[in-house]
Ligand binder design. Structure first.
Ligand code: MFK
Length: 541
């Protein structure tokens, strides 16, 4: 008997098959510069849809392993990484995934190229983007600290394109008493004759195999609260590769990001150096948070794109009720709705990335710098939620097959689920953005919408403008009821972020009427940007 066999979804070069990236870059970046980017983008697309993806599928069951003791009883705490993580490290260094914004070869657009590559790389990297994000954040933090000795020591490694020289960095903040509320940090720093030593327990340290870390600790005698914390630089291992007064208690048993070796560490006198002064550590590590939150958004859109790419392709292969799914009106409508959410997230992310590049290149106006401070938490909180929502629907679009582990689809959803949690939860970032707005006193629409592209006339922009206005009006109305205002911070942040996403999508739609999706059919799959705009009024997920 000949039984039916179903072909699964295909992935080719993910740059060539991406309907948005080329279109956006051709709009955002000068043409001569864009043409020089074709080779690295195509190379990353090829790796991401090819060798890395194949390794990711083959390596699915592999996880990092902690060996605490040698056969002879020596405490070694060795962490073995997965094969894909080892391969990803080499690709990341050689392709300059951290180096590009520090080389500044493309001025303010350097960040755009970097995050275009990160967006392509992330979904086939098993979240190797995590240590890269922290590395990028650490490089920015050290450069802004003015600590020349540490800059000379670490920056050449953090920004190297040579895999043998390349270092990654950890970010050791979270402790048992305080994840979001970092002020409750228990780790103590003691000044000794040979320098500072850290004692305490770090409860979530991502990528514990990194060659350096930035850590918060309270110098002995400092007051309670976050201002009494200082920022420290440390190298976890000595020249022989032995951990320096650090024990790895265990690796975390997480729902997703299972290839990331997240560990609980005990610091028992770990040597460390002050980065800049012995107080105000949270303020000093803030540049790192802004960079990692941007990476979070790039990872969110990367994972969403991967899921949607597979879902569209599958819809051209799977038949039900007499036709391929893609010709079923409700199935198409479902995917177009998801695309609308993705498109807002994608356009908002690259708008922020461009602003970040301008700021770093000294080209951002004072107002753009204020915008960036507000937009990054809004971007992170909205794209994190959107990724979970979209990837849950992507899974469902495959029916029962999407729920099966060796399709690779459940991993997309599990990995996405951390995006709203780490680097500031939705509530923490909603409050952060509210504080920024209240502090600046700029609750007038005109102040926030004065940048030319947000003032663009026309109906396409009107919906976005109204949404932002709604958020700002809410703040004004509730300004005399601080507790109630705080309880509404999430809704306000969501309205603001959705409005911004809609505005940036309207900019994109003005230049591109139609998008062509990778298709396994003779007839190309097209979606108009007008369709996307008309469907992007989604409420809080
Ligand atoms: C794929 C992508 C991967 C991403 C990598 C993930 C791996 C890493 C995993 C982790 O390590 S997760 C741990 C991440 N933890 C957090 O994100 C902490 C979340 N909590 C917050 O963000 C809280 O809002 C915060 C700790 C900042 C609250 O601390 P405080 O001291 O009570 O807050 P405060 O007073 O708001 O901030 C202190 C100073 O820093 C202020 O400056 P001033 O003293 O001059 O007033 C703030 O303005 C400044 N500040 C805070 N956040 C800032 C900032 N400045 C610039 N940008 C920011 N984002």
């Amino acid at each position: 008997m000949q039984l039916f066999e179903q072909t699964g979804p295909h992935l080719d070069n993910t740059y060539q098959g991406d309907p948005y990236l080329k279109a956006l870059l051709s709009q955002q970046v000068p043409p001569s510069m864009f043409s020089t980017w074709q080779a690295p983008l195509a190379r990353m697309g090829e790796l991401s849809g090819g060798a890395l993806y194949t390794l990711q599928q083959a390596d699915r069951l592999h996880e990092p392993e902690l060996t605490q003791w040698s056969p002879w009883g020596e405490r070694i705490d060795h962490i073995a990484l997965t094969p894909l993580w080892q391969a990803a490290e080499k690709v990341a260094a050689e392709e300059g995934l951290v180096a590009i914004p520090y080389e500044r070869q493309y001025g303010a657009f350097s960040r755009v190229l970097q995050f275009a590559l990160v967006y392509l790389f992330t979904p086939s990297s098993d979240i190797y983007s995590c240590p890269l994000a922290m590395t990028d954040g650490a490089a920015t933090t050290l450069l802004q600290s003015g600590n020349q000795a540490l800059v000379e020591r670490a920056i050449p490694h953090l920004t190297s394109r040579d895999p043998r020289q390349f270092w990654t960095s950890g970010q050791w903040m979270t402790e048992l008493p305080g994840g979001s509320d970092v002020s409750r940090t228990e780790t103590v720093a003691q000044a000794t004759d040979t320098g500072w030593q850290l004692q305490g327990r770090k409860w979530f340290t991502s990528a514990t195999t990194s060659q350096m870390a930035l850590a918060l600790a309270r110098p002995e005698g400092n007051p309670e609260g976050s201002k009494g914390l200082a920022l420290f630089y440390l190298e976890p291992r000595d020249a022989q590769g032995k951990l320096q007064k650090i024990q790895v208690n265990r690796l975390k048993d997480k729902m997703g990001t299972r290839k990331v070796p997240t560990a609980e560490l005990l610091l028992t006198g770990t040597p460390a150096q002050l980065v800049a002064g012995n107080t105000h550590g949270v303020k000093q590590i803030a540049p790192m948070l802004n960079i990692t939150r941007t990476w979070n958004a790039a990872s969110a859109i990367g994972l969403m794109r991967r899921g949607l790419h597979l879902a569209w392709d599958y819809a051209t292969r799977r038949r039900a009720f007499g036709d391929v799914l893609i010709r079923k009106p409700l199935h198409r409508e479902t995917l177009v709705n998801l695309e609308a959410t993705f498109a807002r997230a994608f356009c908002f992310t690259f708008a922020c990335v461009h602003l970040l590049g301008k700021q770093e290149n000294g080209e951002a106006t004072a107002q753009e710098q204020e915008q960036l401070r507000l937009f990054i938490p809004l971007l992170k909180l909205s794209t994190g939620k959107q990724a979970v929502q979209v990837l849950s629907e992507v899974m469902e679009s495959f029916g029962g097959a999407g729920y099966i582990e060796d399709t690779g689809i459940p991993q997309l959803l599990r990995d996405a689920q951390v995006l709203p949690i780490w680097e500031g939860t939705t509530n923490v970032l909603s409050l952060d953005s509210l504080h920024v707005l209240l502090k600046s006193g700029k609750t007038q629409l005109k102040d926030w919408l004065s940048a030319a592209h947000l003032n663009a006339p026309g109906e396409a922009h009107e919906a976005g403008r109204q949404r932002v206005q709604q958020a700002l009006q809410r703040i004004q109305e509730l300004s005399n009821q601080p507790e109630y205002l705080e309880s509404q911070a999430r809704t306000i942040a969501w309205d603001f972020a959705s409005g911004l996403g809609q505005l940036y999508l309207a900019d994109f739609a003005a230049a591109h009427a139609e998008l062509i999706f990778a298709a396994n059919t003779d007839t190309p799959l097209t979606v108009t940007t007008a369709e996307l705009l008309s469907r992007s009024q989604n409420r809080w997920p």
